[in-house]
Design a protein around this ligand. Structure first.
Ligand code: TXA
Ligand code: MG
Length: 330
């Protein structure tokens, strides 16, 4: 199988993407965070194809994407106080890079949630994708469109590189605006819990969720010994093939590359084979947008290792640091 490349700016192609999804096929879709590998979330067969294409373990549940908040009705059960919170979060952050974990209805197949009694949902900010989901007439389960454990794709080309021979189509909607995955918040406990750092900064969430608990089980233990609440949060993840290490200061080496997450490269970085600055001006949004593409480029540049300088943790900096830290786990 070789994936058809559809153009998100063509109404005909968007209709084709919707028809493929409605027929249980796999279509990679652009979102503001990363490209997702979409399938009809109500079809166990279609969802099984997603796991097969990604070589993803079936204990790792999928995020369900909907075109608008009204479409949540058939997927989630929420008592009045939680419903109120969901509408507040939705009006502030959706469409956008926030995923909410909520109690699920029987309409959501077990395979989507890996048997959990909760489901992760979000309304993505890419307009073409929302239109495709609405036209398909089904909620769309979509993990990031990479092979399991690899870098999340932020362009259609990166999707084709990893999954081109395993999916039916990719809708090319240009490079992703945000560049890191959505922030995940669980609303199934007495207090809201942060499960994954991502494209919505924690500071912004706190304006609606002042009591947000940060119980990030983000791989501080040896891999496999944790039982994270977001089961996909294995310590080694988002990884390039080239060894990557976090450094306090540069140790120049002509065979190595230096990645500077924010701000300009220091003068002491002269002597590296390559130096990549994600945002010389220190803009966290720009740095997040460029992160995965930069890692992919460096991975292809056949350098012996990638050194990474510290990343300030304001705004999206925490999510960037989280991805880099996990990419450094061997
Ligand atoms: O930005 C994003 O969220 C992208 C785009 C495509 O929407 N998607 C994405 O999906 O990052 P994925 O599959 O790579 O990561 C989904 C994460 C996993 O870590 C999974 O464990 C967690 O969401 N998750 C899914 N359902 C869950 C649930 N019911 N409870 C807790 N965590 C859940
Ligand atoms: Mg992923």
């Amino acid at each position: 199988m070789s994936a058809r490349v559809l153009d998100a700016s063509s109404a005909e192609h968007r209709a084709e993407a919707a028809a493929l999804l409605a027929n249980g096929r796999l279509v990679a879709l652009p979102t503001e965070t990363v490209y997702g590998l979409g399938a009809d979330a109500t079809s166990p067969e279609a969802v099984a194809r997603v796991f097969r294409a990604k070589q993803r373990p079936s204990f790792d549940p999928l995020i369900v994407h909907v075109a608008d908040v009204d479409a949540l009705g058939e997927l989630v059960l929420a008592a009045a106080p939680t419903r109120h919170l969901v509408s507040e979060l939705a009006s502030r952050f959706w469409p956008g890079p926030l995923t909410l974990v909520l109690p699920r209805t029987a309409r959501v197949p077990d395979l989507v949630t890996s048997g959990l009694d909760t489901v992760a949902v979000r309304v993505p900010a890419h307009e073409a994708t929302r239109e495709v989901i609405a036209r398909a007439g089904c909620p769309v389960a979509a993990p990031s469109a990479n092979r399991f454990g690899s870098l999340s794709p932020t362009t259609a080309h990166a999707v084709l590189d990893q999954l081109g021979d395993r999916i039916d189509a990719v809708l090319d909607g240009g490079p992703c605006e945000v560049g890191v995955e959505s922030t995940i918040v669980s609303l199934v406990h007495a207090t809201p819990r942060l499960l994954r750092l991502g494209g919505t900064p924690v500071e912004a969430l706190r304006s609606v969720l002042p009591d947000l608990e940060e119980r990030l089980t983000l791989g501080d233990g040896p891999e496999g010994t944790e039982a994270p609440e977001a089961p996909g949060q294995l310590s080694r993840h988002y990884a390039p093939g080239t060894p990557l290490r976090l450094c306090e200061t540069p140790s120049p080496d002509a065979s190595a590359a230096l990645l500077v997450p924010m701000g300009p490269a220091p003068a002491t970085s002269a002597g590296y084979g390559r130096v990549v600055e994600l945002s010389p001006s220190g803009d966290d949004v720009e740095a997040a947008r460029r992160l995965f593409a930069a890692l992919r480029d460096l991975d292809r540049a056949s350098v012996a290792r990638i050194d990474v300088l510290p990343c300030p943790t304001a705004g999206l900096g925490r999510a960037i640091h989280d991805r880099l830290r996990r990419a450094s786990v061997r």
